[in-house]
Design a binder for this molecule. Structure first.
Ligand SMILES: [Fe+2]
Length: 224
């Protein structure tokens, strides 16, 4: 099974797609790349927008896309890429940001991340809200930060492009091959320009490891 865990494909939900036409092109690219399950993960910035507004915008975008989807489209899964901010743990309805029917939250760390600033929030997300938190694109962060967070019980998603650049390829390969906590891979698709070029390259480079990670994703999301 091929699962793209991280893609910005809901029309008007964020800057990933400005129209249903663009979204349909993105879905078509996913289908041609053999993607079976496509997770729509629009950006949610809790500091910039109330959750209720985001959820309404996401719902409208989902309706617009589902109305236009062809029959042979990949199965669409609705989630969000939630930006980590202090106080996130107190937000009502946080579960609505999780992938449909699960307690799995895709969390994006800020670029100025420090454990000291976010420790309380991170701890509460895991142990009070009891969420399963998958860190988005760990390939963007320093090794020491990633190691520390995975040690604490966070899970990880790696972006396809990191397997395709010399500067990041080796580290992503080692993480994917050695860490059980790497549970998902993503295109992080924005627009149509790159499409699934990097995703397919990643699949080829990872070989058996790709299949192993996809099984973890399938289990995590309860996909039959
Ligand atoms: Fe993203």
């Amino acid at each position: 099974m091929n699962i793209d865990f991280h893609a910005h494909i809901l029309p008007g939900a964020d800057h990933g797609s400005s129209s249903p036409e663009t979204s349909l092109r993105q879905v078509g690219l996913a289908r041609r790349a053999g993607i079976d399950v496509l997770a729509a993960t629009p950006h949610f910035y809790p500091n910039l927008e109330p959750l209720s507004e985001f959820l309404e915008r996401r719902k409208q975008a989902e309706i617009r896309l589902r109305e236009a989807l062809p029959e042979n489209a990949p199965k669409l899964l609705i989630g969000a890429e939630t930006h980590l901010c202090r106080g996130l743990e107190h937000m009502d309805s946080l579960e609505q940001l999780c992938f449909g029917g699960t307690k799995v939250l895709l969390l994006e760390m800020p670029h100025d991340f420090s454990i000291r600033a976010y420790e309380q929030t991170l701890d509460a997300l895991l142990y009070e809200r009891k969420l399963t938190v998958v860190l988005a694109h760990i390939d963007r962060y320093p090794t020491s930060v990633v190691d520390f967070l995975l040690e604490l019980g966070f899970l990880a998603q790696i972006n396809a492009e990191s397997f395709c650049h010399m500067r990041s390829r080796k580290r992503s390969m080692v993480w994917a091959q050695e860490l059980q906590s790497v549970v998902a891979l993503g295109s992080d698709l924005h627009g149509c320009e790159i499409g699934y070029r990097d995703f397919l390259k990643m699949k080829e480079r990872l070989g058996e490891t790709y299949t192993t990670i996809m099984s973890r994703t399938q289990e995590l999301l309860g996909i039959e």
